[in-house]
Every structure is written in C-alpha cells, then in structure tokens.
Write a protein that binds this ligand. Sequence first.
Ligand code: NDP
Length: 341
Amino acid sequence: NKQIILKGYTDGSPLETDMELKVGDGLKLEAPKGSNAIVVKNLYLSCDPYMRGRMRDFHGSYLPPFSPGSAIEGFGVSKVVDSDDPNLKRGDLVSGFTNWEEYSIIHKTKTGQLRKIEQDDGIPLSYHVGLLGMPGFTAYVGFYEVCGPKKGDYVYVSAASGAVGQLVGQLAKLHGCYVVGSAGTSKKVELLKNKLGFDEAFNYKQELDLEAALMRYFPQGIDIYFDNVGGAMLDAALANMRIHGRVAVCGMVSQTNRTDTQTFRNMFSVISKRVTIKGFLQSDFVHLYPRFLEDIKGWYKQGKIVYLEDMNDGLETAPAAFVGLFSGKNVGKQVICVASE
Ligand code: NDP
C-alpha cells in the first residue's frame, strides 16, 4: 500500500519535502469481523487549501492536526473492496474523508461521514470531491445563505477560477447578477470570461493598486464580495463596497502561510457603508446538502453550469499538486487520480 505521509509539523509555506511517499504499511484488504469497518480503494483524492492548517501543531481549529508519520487525511472518492458495515457492500462508491494512500481502512467512528454515491450518467465521478463535493457545497451555501444575493447585484469573487470561486461566479450569473472575478494568470482570466461566463475578469498580479483596479471594474461599487483570499484584496474590496454591501469571508488563502499580521486601512468603510462581513463554514449547513445536490446536478445536466478540474495522475503527484495551490498552479479544482475504477 503506497501512502503519502506528513513528515512533521511545518510553518510558513508548505513544501513538497514536508511530505513523503511510503511504501508497504502492511494493510490487509479485509474488514475485521465485528468491526463495522470498511476497506476502500481510493480512486480520486482532493487537494484543498484548508489542509495546510492541519500540518501545524495547533489544536484550536475546527479540525485537529494531522499525525506526523501517518497518511494525510482528505476528501476522496473511493470504492468499497470489503465491508463489515451492513449499510455498505463491496463495489459501492463513497465520498468523504479517506487517506492519501491506495487503500484505506475506514473505522466505524468515521464511516458515518461517508456518502454513498448514486452514480449518475454524464457526471464524472471525480466531481464528488469538486462540483458535487465540499467545494461546490461551499460555493452554494456561501452564495445563497451568506451573501443574501438579489438580482442585479454587483458581485466580486477572488480566486475566481478555483474549486469554489468558479461556481460562485456561475451561480451569481444564474441569479441575474453582474459578476467580476480575479485570478493570478492570463489563462485563468481568459477562462473566467470565455468558459465560465463572468462579465469581466482581471489578473490581480498585474495590478499595482488593487483598490484602483476594483474601482475600474465596479465604478458603482460592489454589493457582494465573496472573499476566498483575505489580506490586501479584502482591504481593497472594503474601500469599494456599496452601502449595505455584504462580504462573505470564505477563506484567506493569501494569509495561510504568513506569520506576520495584516493591517487593514479601510475598516472605516464598514461603518460608513454599513457593510456586513460574515465568516462561514460550509459544515454548518449540511442540512442543505440534498437540495444542493438536486439543484447542481440539474443545472449541470441542463448545461447551465460547467466545472473546471485540474487532474493529476498518480498518488506520488499529490504533494506537488497540494503545494501548487498556494502559488496558483492549479487551474480549476485540483484532483489526484489514484486509480481508475
Ligand atoms: P482554489 O481551487 O481556488 O485554489 C487556491 C487558489 O488560491 C490558487 O489557485 C490561487 O489562484 C489562489 N491563491 C493562492 N495563493 C494566493 C495568494 N497569496 N493570494 C491570492 N490568491 C492566492 O481553492 P478552493 O476553491 O478550494 O478554496 C478557495 C478558498 O475557500 C480557500 O481560501 C479555502 O480555504 C476556502 N474554503 C472555505 C471553506 C469554508 O467552509 N469556509 C470550504 C472550502 C474552501 P490564483 O491564480 O487566483 O492566485
């Protein structure tokens, strides 16, 4: 059994060398009788920015740190190869937490978080860690439940071509909003405008003055800022909000690896423009998952939304793909294909 393990806790930007490939953990492909456990073959694994937080020796967050020396835990799509759980049988496909390895044993305490996948013609299986998985769900609840969108709103999305951002922008368009996205390469900007249907897009790395850039794209101001990056971009957006604007704070990928503190210049706008800033975790909205699945599957099949994936081949590519999230190497949702069905 090949595994990707975390070597030890790290600070600053994650490096490929923080992880290593380990071969042969002696896993038996049998679920012990009476254990209620299952053994799965991992097909697709997800690289997500939040995983960076679990590489630190910090216990105060919403998820515990990884265990050094053990396979990294993350979302995946897996096939059951042996089961002692009465609700799952050999051959079933599941999505949820698994480990960065070829085969995993998932114990009784964790099988409850798995979702059985009802395979649907025309929808790629890997989408269960992207469009139909945690990132897609984050976009859905973040936009509809946190942003309070209205038709005609001016919406700005950062990290707009990524796993979450690309769907936020498309949902906002379906809702009748005007949508601008930012991303870090000209290729991504091109995709935002020509494939994902954003009204406008820009490369934030080419802007010397982010406040001025946002003013150029939103001369009338921003009603909704869906913030995936935090830091200087959040500060620039605050200066450009409209009265009663809303900021959904989804993520702070620009701050994840920093050790210094960020100072904000434009907080007074929150008062003068009566801006609502709301942070959220997708996990607080699990009751909406069935509605999300029905809506998104329907819109995808009707061609109303598309989804960009960045698929790497082979478990051994996972460390580089993960590290690449923090320099914008991924174009769309970063997925690792470990095995085909
Ligand atoms: P992405 O697929 O968007 O990948 C990360 C992207 O972030 C990169 O491709 C890069 O794109 C951008 N980025 C990296 N470093 C920086 C930086 N220093 N400054 C600005 N942009 C940067 O990731 P996800 O869509 O999976 O996640 C997006 C955000 O949502 C993250 O902050 C994540 O933590 C958060 N999140 C929050 C959840 C919640 O429940 N609140 C759940 C899921 C995700 P670019 O080329 O544009 O720079």
